[in-house]
Design a protein around this ligand. Structure first.
Ligand code: FE2
Length: 381
């Protein structure tokens, strides 16, 4: 029995979790004006404000709002002065993702093991406390200026925390009208030309992730907007990080290169948010003024032939602009917003899975033709 077990463990090396990652704890955005970003995420995307840190709570360096919907936790942070790192981050990148933070079994172990495996340290493990208890926190670097924090609490070594979110935050509930967003499905990183494999190796060697799917330029090349992509995943498929790099198009600029030019480095390109009823969710988001990419109506004429029977009415999908793709196990419905800041950088994907574990490969071509049209309007093709 013992032998059998160890064989199983070895052959399931992909299931190893060397850093003890449990889940994505939150995604922190550095923004120019957190108060206005809070309003946008609440009124447009239906998040509720859950907690706050700022002058009134004794934080004189920065202002942060915790926005929550389902199991999605976004922190919006703005600098109160030029000394705070958010100021420089916004100067360089515009509003963007700073931290994809993990809840871990033990932040010290996660940090030490990550660094031993080759990660660049950013924040050494330290106690972070307020009257609600102690959190242990550390962080390592990933692509661009983006980091992965490791956060642990409620462990058996004295780091217990019972506050509303993290130390320094007070509960400050302001309800948004939820649109049914439930969970972060994946977060895509755009990296520089020739760097995709290096960053995939980082997720494999440091975080113990494995290669889930690879897309090459045969899958996702249109006339201009070529890219290559590898999806890295943890062993439980809870955390999926596709990594994109620009590929040579036919004379135009890859959408990935456009992002990198405006973000001025590698960075997080889109956050995909899972919902249970995409027609309902997208209908509400559109009513709230969220702008989505549209594909030509001809997409829907060919849809049934391409994906077969689906539960949804194609006319509904066409009206809302929702895309469909199928794999062996089922199908998915997805739609992409336009960038949500002035620079053509970060955007969102809204996604419903009906068995399909893919990423919408069958939609890449239609989608990228639409993205190129946007790029052309921006003078960036
Ligand atoms: Fe995606």
């Amino acid at each position: 029995m013992i032998t059998e077990t160890s064989v199983t463990v070895e052959t399931n090396a992909a299931l190893a979790n060397p850093l003890g990652l449990k889940k994505i704890h939150h995604v922190e955005f550095y923004v120019g004006n957190a108060k206005q970003a809070e309003f946008y995420y609440r009124k447009a995307f239906g998040f509720s404000r859950a907690a706050y840190s700022g002058l009134e709570t004794g934080n004189r360096e920065s202002t942060s709002y915790l926005m929550r919907q389902g199991n999605v936790n976004f922190v919006l942070t703005a600098a109160m002065g030029p000394e705070h790192p958010a100021a420089e981050h916004v100067k360089q990148h515009g509003d963007g993702v700073k931290d994809i933070a993990f809840y871990v079994e033990d932040a010290d172990h996660a940090f030490n093991e990550a660094v031993r495996r080759g990660a660049t340290p950013v924040i050494k493990p330290h106690d972070w406390k307020d009257e609600h208890g102690i959190v242990r926190k550390a962080a390592i670097a990933t692509y661009g200026d983006t980091i992965h924090s490791f956060i642990s609490y409620n462990t058996n070594n004295g780091h217990n925390y019972s506050g509303p979110f993290l130390p320094g935050f007070v509960s400050q509930p302001v309800d948004g009208e939820g649109v049914g967003l439930m969970l972060v499905d994946h977060i895509v990183g755009n990296v520089e030309l020739g760097k995709m494999n290096q960053w995939c190796d980082f997720y494999r060697d440091v975080l113990g992730f494995f290669r889930y799917i690879t897309f090459d330029d045969k899958d996702i090349s249109t006339e201009y907007s070529a890219l290559m992509s590898i999806v890295m995943s943890d062993g439980q498929h809870n955390i999926k990080f596709p990594i994109n790099e620009p590929a040579e198009g036919k004379g135009g600029k890859s959408q990935i290169q456009e992002y990198i030019d405006f973000y001025r480095s590698a960075g997080a390109q889109h956050v995909a948010l899972l919902c249970r009823d995409i027609r309902h969710t997208v209908g509400m988001l559109q009513d709230n003024g969220v702008e989505f990419l549209r594909v030509p109506d001809t997409y829907y004429e060919e849809l049934r032939d391409r994906v077969g029977e689906i539960d949804e009415d194609v006319e509904d999908l066409k009206r809302l602009g929702i895309l469909v793709d199928r794999d062996d196990e089922g199908y998915l419905l997805q739609i992409f917003t336009k960038p949500v800041e002035d620079r053509p950088t970060v955007f969102y994907e809204i996604l419903q899975r009906k068995g399909c574990k893919g990423f919408g490969k069958g939609n890449f071509k239609a989608l990228f033709v639409s993205i190129e049209e946007e790029q052309r309007r921006r003078g960036n093709l």
